[in-house]
Design a protein around this ligand. Structure first.
Ligand SMILES: Nc1ncnc2c1ncn2[C@@H]1O[C@H](COP(=O)(O)OP(=O)(O)OP(=O)(O)O)[C@@H](O)[C@H]1O
Ligand SMILES: [Mg+2]
Length: 392
């Protein structure tokens, strides 16, 4: 009989960020025993001041019925307080079933393996997934570096750099002809800059194709509304789903049923957006018959139908009255809030920009003259001279 102490059954493997707990050949007869073991485990974990993966060995361990509830509860407690993930080895089929049953109830994964080697391989994969997720969280969302764009002799953009953070609302402002629309066109691949790099979701590229940009979750609205004027609001919004449609024409002909199901799913999504933008009453109206402010809202809807990660809005409030502007502001804030969409917008109305933006980039004559929070930018003398001095 192996009479190791509880302390001897706990091993920390620093190199793989793992604490191994060895329950092998133990019988857990009651809650007192369970508590004694887990108190030791929790104390040792707490002493390290960090989280660990758990490798739990159950070979020939017996947990008696009256101890199960407490055993499961303490295991879960340790995991919540100190764990990064758990793999289990060598449980008897009875213990396995009990673990699986508990896992089902508490909605965590059982992760039981036959051998220690298999469990350690699984641990490696678990650690890699977590590392990848961390890298994704830290990666650059959108960075523009030294971008220059010329049309013949016209310098639309000269060596502009800035960075947009995921989840924020950012604004590009500046006088007419400053290069604002051109900048959006570079970001979504309509214009190809002669120099510079655009890094999106961690991938730097010199040039982006428009279909790539769309496939990677970039949607936009235009300074001059780009909708099908003769088509209804609903149909215009459906065009925003194009990229998401898996069935092509041939498939539609061959697999009519699945195409129909897909169409229904897309309609549902579009109806949600119609609801969200409060345009139910005009869903069947041809867009051309709508007042300008509503057309702008429909265009926002078309962009939202693509379920974008990054939404580019080129003067979404231009030509609107005060009330329409307030509505549009609210929708932009709600999109950001409810869908987590990152937004980069161009706007002339300084008041609006200051109200809703986290970050502002100021362009003038194709160059960046300032960037910062709305307050920093508003009080910058260079900005006041270049931008506020003009008649916008
Ligand atoms: N396709 C093009 N061909 C030639 N010149 C262009 C083109 N697009 C933009 N430009 C020029 O590039 C410069 C920047 O234009 P851009 O439209 O980016 O400015 P903007 O800041 O959006 O201005 P606005 O406030 O008037 O919309 C301008 O001088 C414009 O004439
Ligand atoms: Mg413009």
């Amino acid at each position: 009989m192996n009479e190791r102490t509880i302390a001897e059954r706990i091993t920390f493997h620093d190199a793989i960020e793992t604490m191994e707990v060895d329950f092998s050949h133990l019988t857990m007869a009651d809650t007192v025993q369970v508590d004694a073991f887990y108190d030791e485990v929790e104390n040792r974990l707490a002493d390290t001041g960090r989280r660990w993966y758990f490798l739990v060995v159950y070979t020939d361990c017996v947990i008696q019925a009256q101890a199960w509830e407490r055993f499961a509860e303490r295991g879960k407690g340790a995991n919540v307080a100190h764990g990064l993930g758990t793999v289990r080895v060598g449980a008897t089929s009875q213990t396995r079933d009990a673990i699986r049953e508990h896992a089902g109830r508490a909605s965590f994964r059982a992760n039981i393996y036959d051998t220690r080697e298999q469990a350690i391989v699984a641990l490696g994969e678990m650690r890699k997934r977590r590392r990848d997720a961390q890298t994704a969280a830290e990666e650059t969302f959108l960075r523009v570096e030294n971008v220059s764009l010329r049309f013949g002799g016209v310098k639309a953009i000269t060596e502009i750099s800035f960075e947009i953070k995921r989840g924020e609302i950012s604004a590009i402002i500046g006088p007419n002809g400053a290069g604002k629309s051109s900048m959006l066109n570079v970001i979504n691949g309509v214009y190809r800059p002669q120099e510079g790099t655009v890094t999106y979701l961690g991938h730097p590229r010199h040039q982006m194709e428009t279909h790539e940009a769309a496939a990677q979750g970039i949607a936009r609205t235009f300074q001059n509304i780009a909708l099908f004027k003769g088509m209804s609001v609903l149909d215009n919004l459906m065009t925003g789903r194009n990229l998401k449609m898996k069935c092509n024409f041939l498939q539609q002909a061959l697999y009519w049923g699945s195409a129909q199901r897909e169409e229904l799913a897309h309609r549902k999504k579009v109806e949600e957006i119609i609801d969200f933008l409060e345009i139910e009453h005009i869903r069947k109206t041809p867009v051309g018959r709508l007042p300008y402010g509503l057309q702008k809202r429909v265009e926002l809807g078309r962009a939202l139908a693509a379920e974008p990660i990054l939404l580019l809005l080129d003067e979404p409030m231009a030509g609107m009255n005060v009330e329409e502007k307030q509505d549009m502001c609210r929708f932009i804030l709600d999109v950001n809030d409810q869908f987590g969409t990152t937004i980069l917008l161009i706007e002339h109305d300084m008041g609006v920009v200051m109200d809703i933006s986290d970050f502002v980039v100021v362009l003038d004559h194709g160059q960046k003259i300032a960037e910062g929070t709305p307050n920093e930018v508003r009080t910058d003398p260079v900005v006041i001279r270049a931008y506020l001095g003009t008649t916008h």
